[in-house]
Design a protein around this ligand. Structure first.
Ligand SMILES: [Ca+2]
Length: 201
């Protein structure tokens, strides 16, 4: 190879790499990775079902991640008195009675589920071994490997295990769960979801 062609080859190679990366990013279909949720039927009967799911795409990281924000109609503390006070507190603090929980789905370079990070802004959204009616549930933060999820296609199955809607890759109680694989999907970040509630009321 003649010396004067070398820079052209380098430039062409770089352009090819850039083009390839662009194609990869654009060809990831968010819908392929949307979680299938399992929520205890008792929670749905009490009026705390999923009303919508928001997604946002994070392109700042070297891997690709999808921010998933799940909106529940309400959340009910097992004690009615606590629940009443807690609903008032949330309406005052967050301007909503809805419960909003967020986690991140990471997709690797081979278009496979790499991991899910159950944490939003320093607050965990992982249930651990806690059971549904636990009186003082903890917000655990945990990153679960993609290999630990049951998958349907590429969609991970996520159990909602506690009344305050903490997530896990496995169920923690013997309650009957309802499968939720279709839901109202909207584009938006957790921040945008919070702002929507603040404007509404
Ligand atoms: Ca409530």
């Amino acid at each position: 190879m003649r010396k004067k062609f070398v820079p052209i080859y380098i430039i062409l190679s770089l352009l090819t790499i850039v083009a390839f990366c662009e194609i990869k990013k654009e060809s990831i279909n968010v819908e392929n990775f949307l979680p299938i949720f399992y929520l205890p039927i008792v929670d749905i009967q009490n009026g705390n079902g999923i009303t919508s799911v928001y997604y946002d795409i994070n392109e700042d990281t070297s891997t690709y991640s999808i921010e998933i924000t799940v909106v529940f109609a309400d959340e009910d503390h097992p004690s009615k008195i606590f629940d009443f006070v807690y609903d008032l507190f949330r309406k005052q603090k967050y301007k909503r009675k809805e419960d909003v929980e967020t986690f991140y789905i990471y997709i690797d370079k081979n278009f496979q589920l790499e991991k899910i990070d159950f944490n939003y802004n320093g607050t965990g959204t992982y249930s651990g071994e806690q059971k549904f009616f636990i009186k003082r549930p903890k917000h655990f933060s945990k990153i679960i490997s993609g290999r630990d999820f049951k998958l349907e296609g590429k969609r991970p199955i996520i159990y909602i295990n506690t009344w305050n809607h903490m997530f896990s890759e496995k169920p923690t109680s013997k309650l009957e769960y309802k499968r939720i694989d279709k839901y109202t999907l909207k584009f938006g970040s957790r921040k945008q979801v919070e702002n929507t509630f603040r404007k509404k009321r």
